[in-house]
Design a protein around this ligand. Structure first.
Ligand SMILES: *Cc1c(COP(=O)(O)O)cnc(C)c1O
Length: 608
């Protein structure tokens, strides 16, 4: 069982010696890394960040575009920017900026807060672009960035923004940022993000508005600042077709605007959209192109349009975020409980004389083999139905009923193991019936909000025991008190996990490709916070863990909601002081305990 690792892991992880390992330098297993972190006392879910995977993605983008430019003898430059909305966490951003320095990899900002981050952290000489709606304050901030020396382009979404830029320019010190125009395309993106592009999109200027914008810029003597057109047809573009269509449209708009008199217009910004393959299942593969194909199509099409229109080949900017960030983060969470753990042979309470059908179930269980597995399975389910009726009618007792449930469960499990390779339809149905619920120490709302919000699935697999065939059809339950906190068993895309005894062994699940968008979308449902995180640097001899950040304490999260924590502490302490049930010594201990809980995070602590 390889959990589709060849489909989604992109050669970043592999299975060796029954464990998932990181395919880089010393190739440590994830379980080894987790155990090392847990040695320091950390419990609950842990987010691992791998900077070498950020580096890999950045290198891939620049290398592929370099190759494509050479292939088509493309004259324009290539630039890339990371859109901060995809991940603003410091242990991601700071490493990204460090890694991107050699390429002048830039940052894209969509809000005042992100722009301030970009102004603080962007490498010197790396570009900044600003998208999204802007008020006068945000525009002034753009001017300040330029005045500081940043290579910044404000991309306007509407004519009012442009008017505000012109107004601001008159008030400032004579050095304006570059101006980009977001264009509204006829061709739209596909999938759930189609609203980002297309004629009905939330963003961008129509042809009429573009012409008007040019006039406004000329009148204000700012036409020399107009350097870029921008479009973004949506995230996770799984097919290359719509992108090519959008490029042709944008390329022609570029050529037209140049001919209409935009002397410094020299760049097309394609926004983001490069897709990640999240599927664990062959027949669910979504992405139909490679990065090389994307780079080739972009350079070829823009070259072709430029040559035909006799205009300079534009510099290419891309702002892919998901492609850069998704793979760098892995969430590891321990299994706390299996809900039908009780169905073990040890729990059977067979009597001297059992009801005949129970006795027969027992015989079936003892003698089932691969030849008769299916037949015995049918018999046992028949028997169970009869026995349940007998119970309702008062003919058998609760112990008989418990024995029935255990035996049928054991028979089904055995049958599944015996029939596994025959893959019958019926087997799938049975697996549906006896799926096991694995309770996992994490919150889906906090750590996989994209699953909850938009149904995005993520590759999941155990980190160990990969030499054993997993026999339980599994659904995953988180520890929130919300029935949405479940990744339910899916017959088409089943998840099989191992049988285990949580009182005796650790069992960890890894959730992969969780590094894009989700972190900051994470919700504090039930007041579970961002999990503890660690950055893992892998070297030739092993690995180093750095920048570990503990999950927020209960006190901090309560404070985030604007509670007065001193008031809470005082109230709790008063209640302890005034309790009539206990003596002074116990009160002292209780105070200590409450204070400890408040200072700890809210995830569950397992014994092991
Ligand atoms: C969201 C966004 C991106 C990033 O898109 P990905 O799908 O993550 O690559 C790039 N540019 C703009 C303008 C965006 O809004």
């Amino acid at each position: 069982m390889d959990y589709g690792i060849d489909i989604w892991a992109n050669d970043n992880f592999f299975i060796d010696n029954k464990k998932v390992k990181v395919k880089y330098k010393s190739s440590p297993s994830l379980i080894k890394i987790i155990n090392k972190i847990r040695e320091e006392g950390t419990r609950g879910p842990i987010l691992l960040r791998f900077p070498h995977l950020i580096e890999k993605q950045i290198n891939l983008i620049y290398e592929n575009f370099k190759a494509a430019k050479e292939e088509f003898n493309y004259q324009g430059k290539f630039n890339a920017l990371f859109p901060l909305k995809v991940n603003q966490y410091p242990n991601f951003v700071k490493n990204l900026v460090k890694i991107g320095k050699k390429y002048n990899y830039g940052l894209e900002a969509g809000s005042k807060a992100e722009l301030l981050l970009a102004m603080a952290y962007n490498n010197e000489n790396s570009p900044i672009t600003v998208n999204g709606f802007k008020d006068e304050e945000m525009i002034s901030l753009g001017f300040i960035a330029r005045e500081m020396g940043h290579d910044i382009t404000l991309i306007i979404e509407g004519l009012n923004e442009l008017k505000n830029i012109i107004k601001t320019d008159k008030k400032r010190f004579g050095i304006a940022p570059n101006i980009g125009l977001r264009i509204r395309l006829h061709s739209s993106g596909i999938g759930i993000w189609a609203k980002s592009g297309g004629i009905n999109s939330k963003f961008g200027l129509t042809s009429t508005e573009l012409i008007e914008a040019m006039q406004l810029l000329k009148n204000a003597n700012l036409i020399d600042k107009f350097s870029m057109i921008h479009f973004h047809i949506g995230s996770q573009i799984s097919e290359i077709g719509p992108l090519k269509k959008a490029l042709r449209e944008a390329g022609n708009i570029y050529a037209q605007l140049k001919k209409m008199g935009a002397p410094r217009l020299n760049a097309i910004n394609l926004g983001g959209g490069l897709a990640i393959e999240y599927s664990q299942y062959k027949d669910e593969i979504k992405r139909n192109y490679t990065l090389r194909e994307y780079a080739n199509d972009v350079t070829y099409l823009l070259k072709d349009i430029s040559v035909r229109n006799s205009v300079k080949e534009p510099d290419i900017y891309i702002e892919s975020g998901r492609y850069i960030a998704a793979s760098h983060a892995v969430l590891v969470a321990p299994v706390l409980e299996l809900f039908s753990q009780e169905y073990t042979q040890a729990k059977l309470k067979l009597k001297e004389k059992n009801p005949p059908l129970v006795q027969e179930l027992y015989e079936l269980y003892k003698t089932i083999d691969s030849t008769y597995a299916q037949e015995y399975l049918h018999d046992s389910i028949d028997h169970m139905n009869s026995l349940l009726t007998l119970f309702d009618l008062g003919y058998i007792d609760l112990v008989d009923r418990s024995n029935t449930e255990i035996l049928v469960n054991l028979i089904i499990k055995k049958a599944i193991t015996l029939l596994k390779d025959k893959g019958s339809k019926e087997l799938l149905q049975i697996q549906d019936m006896i799926q096991e619920r694995y309770l996992i120490n994490f919150s889906i709302f906090q750590s996989l909000p994209d699953f909850w919000g938009i149904g995005q699935t993520f590759p999941v697999m155990p980190l160990d025991r990969l030499d054993e065939k997993p026999t339980r059809s599994a659904s995953i339950w988180d520890i929130t008190c919300d029935s949405d906190g479940e990744i339910s068993y899916n017959r088409e895309q089943p998840l099989f996990l191992h049988e285990l005894d949580v009182t005796k062994e650790d069992y960890f699940l890894g959730f992969f490709l969780v590094g894009a968008y989700q972190e900051v979308l994470g919700m504090k449902h039930n007041l579970f916070t961002h999990p503890s995180e660690t950055t893992v640097f892998i070297n030739e001899n092993g690995f180093e863990i750095q920048n570990s950040v503990e999950a927020q304490s209960i006190m901090d999260i309560i404070e985030d909601l604007d509670y007065n924590v001193d008031e809470i502490k005082d109230t709790l302490n008063d209640k302890i002081k005034n309790s009539n049930f206990i003596n002074e010594k116990a009160k002292k201990q209780m105070k200590k305990e409450v204070s400890l809980f408040l200072n700890d995070n809210g995830y569950l602590k397992t014994i092991n």
